[in-house]
Structures are given as C-alpha cells and as structure tokens.
Design a protein around this ligand. Structure first.
Ligand code: SAH
Length: 257
C-alpha cells in the first residue's frame, strides 16, 4: 500500500465514480490518440483511462507510487515515466496529446504555466485542482478572481468549469474544495501583438490589481500618445484578452513614435 505523502500534494481520490466522470470529461473527437496523465498515484484515474482507446503515458514523481503501478498493471497497458512533469522536456507523448490528472495542488499553477509553453502540442486538458484556482482560471473578465493565468490561458484555450468535488472524497481529505475544469485549444495560433510585452502588461497589471492600469503600469513608462486613453482608467481585471492585445499594440506603436 502507498501511504499518501503530503509534501507531494498527494490526495488520493477514493470514489471510482468521480474518477470515471473525470476521465469521461475528455471530449476527444478524434483530434488525438495520445494521453498524458500527470500524477497517477495509485491509478484511480488510470484504471479508467486504460479502458479507453488511448495510447497512455503517465508521469509520477513518487517512486513508491511508480512501483505500485508497475506491480499492479501490465507493462503494455501504458508507459510509465518516473519523474517530475515540470522538468520534463523529452519523453512527452507524440503530439497532439491530451493532458489529464488529479493534479498535485501545490504545483497546479506551475503545471498551467508549463502548458502555455507546450500549448500547440496539447488540444485538450481535463484537470482537478483547488476549487479556487479552477474558478480563477475559468472565470470571465470582470470577476474578482480573474487573474494572470485566466488571461494567459484564455488567450489560447476555451475553458469550462465542470464540477466540484468535496474534501471527503479524498484520502487524506484536502483542506479545500476541488474543482474539475476542461480546457480546449482554440484556433488562435499567435496573438496579434508582441506576446512578450502582452505577458508583461498582464503580469504587471494584476500585480497591482486594485490600481488603474495607468498607475499599475507606471514603471513601464507608457508612451505619451496613450496616457490619456480611457482604457487606462480601468483595472486589469476588467480587460478581456482582446483588450490586452489592443493595449499591447497601442503601447508598442506609441513607443515607436
Ligand atoms: N491521480 C491520483 C493521485 C492524485 S494526488 C488520484 O486521483 O488519486 C497527486 C499526484 O501527483 C501524487 O501521486 C503525487 O505523487 C504526484 N506528483 C506530485 N508532484 C508531481 C510532479 N512534479 N510530477 C509528477 N507527479 C507529481
């Protein structure tokens, strides 16, 4: 038996029905054959994934869980990578591949920042994470919880909040509720602006989320040509992806003048 290790964010799902529901949330309409599961633990989700027609790879950092999986599943059912998803460069499945998991909550933001880097390989993601982060990522502009990851991810993915899972469904129970979200890659290949500057404006705007953008972005020396624009009276949380794209273009144009 594998004893859950807290520092690895291990909260094993106890209810097979919920695991099955998560696995069935992948909508794949033939866009991919490969699936990568992050953090299979003792295989609660994995047992349902292997029943599907996927070529499955799992990546697990906990060697005890890896040993458990090797002992309890046949080698030809899936490929096991013993290691850290965040450090994975080689060994990712052949693109396109979907990502699924009951993610380790302590690194869920880092998992999504990594997803942004490999977004063109990943058409769909279904993940369970802290409810608060799940809501943040899926919430629209104007909402109090809309933040950096919401903008950056919504630029490339259509995101849905699917359902909530209570702490009592896990061993050991986490302190927070959990939420399952689905991300589907949209058709945006690249943003119609300098993406580095876009990311910088988003990050800096939300670092001072109570301030108007005019104040929040002060240290960037915004060009004089846009300083009177009404968009700068707004706060970062009021801007959609498209608003940030437009702002980025205006700032860049202004600097060139
Ligand atoms: N899917 C299982 C376990 C979820 S708990 C279930 O639903 O029961 C999260 C799992 O992620 C744990 O098994 C933990 O060991 C693993 N994990 C934590 N950090 C990881 C990382 N950086 N890379 C891969 N797996 C990781």
């Amino acid at each position: 038996m594998v004893r859950p290790k807290k520092h690895l964010g291990q909260h094993f799902l106890k209810e097979p029905a919920i695991a099955e529901k998560i696995v069935n949330s992948l909508t794949n309409h033939g866009e991919y054959a490969q699936v990568l599961e992050i953090g299979p633990g003792t295989g609660v989700l994995t047992q349902f994934l292997v029943r599907k027609d996927y070529q499955l790879t799992v990546v697990e950092i906990d060697t005890e869980s890896v040993t458990y999986l090797r002992e309890n599943y046949k080698e030809d059912q899936f490929r096991i990578i013993s290691g850290d998803f965040l450090k994975m460069e080689d060994g990712l499945p052949e693109a396109p591949f979907a990502i699924i998991g009951n993610f380790p909550y302590n690194i869920s933001s880092q998992i999504f920042f990594k997803l942004l880097k490999i977004r063109n390989q990943v058409p769909e993601v279904v993940g369970m994470l802290q409810k608060e982060v799940a809501e943040r990522i899926s919430s629209p502009p104007g909402s109090k919880v809309y933040g950096i990851l919401s903008v950056l991810l919504q630029a490339y993915y259509d995101i849905e909040y699917l359902f909530t899972v209570e702490p009592g469904s896990f061993n050991p129970p986490p302190k927070v509720n959990s939420g399952v979200i689905r991300l589907k890659r949209n058709t945006t290949q690249s943003l119609d602006c300098n993406e580095e500057l876009f990311t910088k404006l988003v990050k800096q705007g939300f670092q001072n989320r109570r301030k108007t953008l005019r104040n929040a972005l002060k240290s960037l020396n915004l060009p004089a040509s846009i300083i009177g624009e009404s968009i700068l009276d707004k706060r970062a949380e009021q801007l959609s992806v498209q608003d940030f794209v437009k702002l980025t273009k205006d700032v860049e144009e202004g600097w060139k003048l």
